[in-house]
Design a binder for this molecule. Sequence first.
Ligand SMILES: NC(=O)C1=CN([C@@H]2O[C@H](COP(=O)(O)OP(=O)(O)OC[C@H]3O[C@@H](n4cnc5c(N)ncnc54)[C@H](O)[C@@H]3O)[C@@H](O)[C@H]2O)C=CC1
Ligand SMILES: CC(C)CC(=O)C(=O)O
Ligand SMILES: [Mg+2]
Length: 368
Amino acid sequence: MSNPSLLILAGDGIGPEVMTQVNRVIDWIGDKRGLAFDVSEDLVGGAAYDKHGTPLHDDTMAKAMEVDAVLLGAVGGPKYDALDFSVKPERGLLRLRKEMDLYANLRPAQCFDALADFSSLKRDVVAGLDIVIVRELTSGIYFGEPRGIIHEGNERVGINTQRYTESEIDRVARSAFELARRRGNKVCSMEKANVMESGILWREVVQKVHDEDYPDVELSHMYADAGAMQLCRWPKQFDVIVTDNLFGDLLSDAAAMLTGSLGMLPSASLGAPMANGRPKALYEPVHGSAPDIAGQGKANPIACILSFAMALRYSFDQGDEAVRIEKAVEKVLADGLRTADLIGEEGVEPVSTEQMGDAILAALDASL
Ligand SMILES: NC(=O)C1=CN([C@@H]2O[C@H](COP(=O)(O)OP(=O)(O)OC[C@H]3O[C@@H](n4cnc5c(N)ncnc54)[C@H](O)[C@@H]3O)[C@@H](O)[C@H]2O)C=CC1
Ligand SMILES: CC(C)CC(=O)C(=O)O
Ligand SMILES: [Mg+2]
């Protein structure tokens, strides 16, 4: 039988830097755990634009549709800010999400004990935190029509449309309830049903899916603005949060700071099962291309490494190996290793991206 296939799209900015460390972990898993992957690499975002004049070449899109899982670094950067909207690096990533139909974006926010004092919130509030935001990823205001910038009278008007069908809400709600059953059995759904019709529909459909098929899961509803406040006030009240594309984008960046840094948050974007039973899947850190630190060897590779651990868990039924990687990360943090984004106190010397990779590989070796 052939090895499972992975397509690596490192992208722009710190994407290739953090992905270099992930490649080392992939090699380690192949050598030391006998879990080899057929890895291919390609371009996305600004890197693809530079070569092909498009942020995602059709051939790359076709490859992404064929492989067992895609691993992505990050896209975007100031070099591309002036480009026409249709060819901006971010469009490449949005096309992947849309055409692979990756409707459920799982964004876990877990606070490692060693970082509990580093969060901008008090230790009590974040210690032991383990929540997952399930963000709808293929619809809502990022994709709704009409959209654009039009002329009206003597001024321009920017338009985006929030649009959700019942079936789009239904399927992401099911993902959240299924996930909750494997965790703390609680779902909190967030929208703005007080001011948006799409929020009213969202709330109704989530409630219906719950009542018909998941009555055993505890369900609550919250307005997304209040949800943001509750995430900062007492995040441990949550287990799984399900929300739309825009609110999920915002709430998950906010949740990142509960864990210490945006450089810590992995994600899995999952779609319907393929013929082999595995879900269509793309794994990527929640952070972007971090142009302010790109090329300096300062980036924290943990979010991207933990995204590969999520791939092992959700695409390849290798939950034990995923835990092995998560424990290795926990160990290096407990040993005091910190990339620059995790340094709060004076006198603590940051390690480089590569040194963090070295330490995680050493911790993996020690786990054998
Ligand atoms: N999935 C993706 O590829 C995403 C791409 N972007 C794109 O990235 C570019 C920069 O966007 P920003 O708003 O600055 O967000 P960003 O996530 O790239 O950076 C925000 C802040 O967090 C820091 N940071 C992020 N990841 C880090 C890591 N691994 N280690 C250490 N520090 C880290 C950065 O240095 C920066 O100060 C833009 O072009 C944006 O569109 C933004 C978010 C997601
Ligand atoms: C297309 C991305 C740049 C949008 C984003 O911030 C995200 O998905 O986290
Ligand atoms: Mg974002």
